[in-house]
Design a protein around this ligand. Sequence first.
Ligand SMILES: [Zn+2]
Ligand SMILES: [Zn+2]
Length: 367
Amino acid sequence: MPTTTTAAVLRERGGPYRLETLELADPGPGQLRVKLAACGICFTDVGVQRYEQGTPLPQVLGHEGAGIVEAVGAGVTNVAPGDRVVLSYASCGACNNCGHDHPQYCSNFMMLNYAGVLSDGRAPFAQGDAAVYGGFFGQSSFATHAIAYARNTVKVEADVPFALLAPFGCGLQTGAGTAYNTLDVQAGHSFVVMGAGSVGLAAMLAAVDRGCHSIIAVDRVAARLDLARTLGATHTILADGQDVTAAIRAICATGIDRIVDTTGVSAVVRAGLEALASRGEMAMLAVTAPGTEISFNPNTLLGGRSLKGAVEGDADPQTFIPWLIGRHTAGRFNHAPLVTEYPLDAINEAVADMAAGRVVKPVLVMD
Ligand SMILES: [Zn+2]
Ligand SMILES: [Zn+2]
């Protein structure tokens, strides 16, 4: 008997989501079914909704699911029915990078997260005889139920509400992981985040946790900077056309030790590079539009400075997500002020509010 699910289906590029009733396939070997309680919305969902990115339609998106395991397929041993779980990105477990604890650079990442089908080739959803694509980031969680894999399902022991758990699967992992893992921010460091959205603020929360001495948030939206201050920013800079490098150096004359760029905008990246201290490091995590090029004076790098890129915070979800949830429950990583809850049927309003900067991290809650 197939499971019936209510899902937000994207049928045309640039179009709205529509709630539809679909049949969900049974979990195959290594797969499991989750009854979802919440799913965050991330800009990656918005990107696929708006632009051709190789993902087939109609499809169910959503990649920050959290809920309760309902059924497991053969060979699933890390979770059991009744477990509370967070869903993250999918990886194969067999390639060179997976074998060296870097599943975020899995050779099969695109196939497992963007192909629109499960790794066994099945479309996870159907409506009558018509297949509906899914398996987005190994889940497709804009729905009441999802098929996920053992590898991207993380068991949660902590008593944290699902609406706060969901964003650990991507946005919090990406932002915080870039600061903790990629840049290894420390108490002696000065820190800047370029772009104070949910990912940038998650990176900043990590800098606050580690005790960085100057924590500067840069954004075009004044309300986000107000939020950044309540979360621990020691300084904020409104990017309203002013010279951001000069504004940063007015705060830290010798430059900045660690910078996270969430914008991927050429002028912003250049401003960050020019604000780096000697031996400073800057990490980029934004997926930029095709054709984007970034120019900077290469002499900037000669002071021992480096620029690197990172996906999913250089994090292995099975170890990093429980660790980060532990920081949260210890009172060291409070992302609750980022989250705004919406019912699943308000998904289009939630996306519009996020895109307009009215909310930072919308989380859909299923009842
Ligand atoms: Zn792999
Ligand atoms: Zn994401």
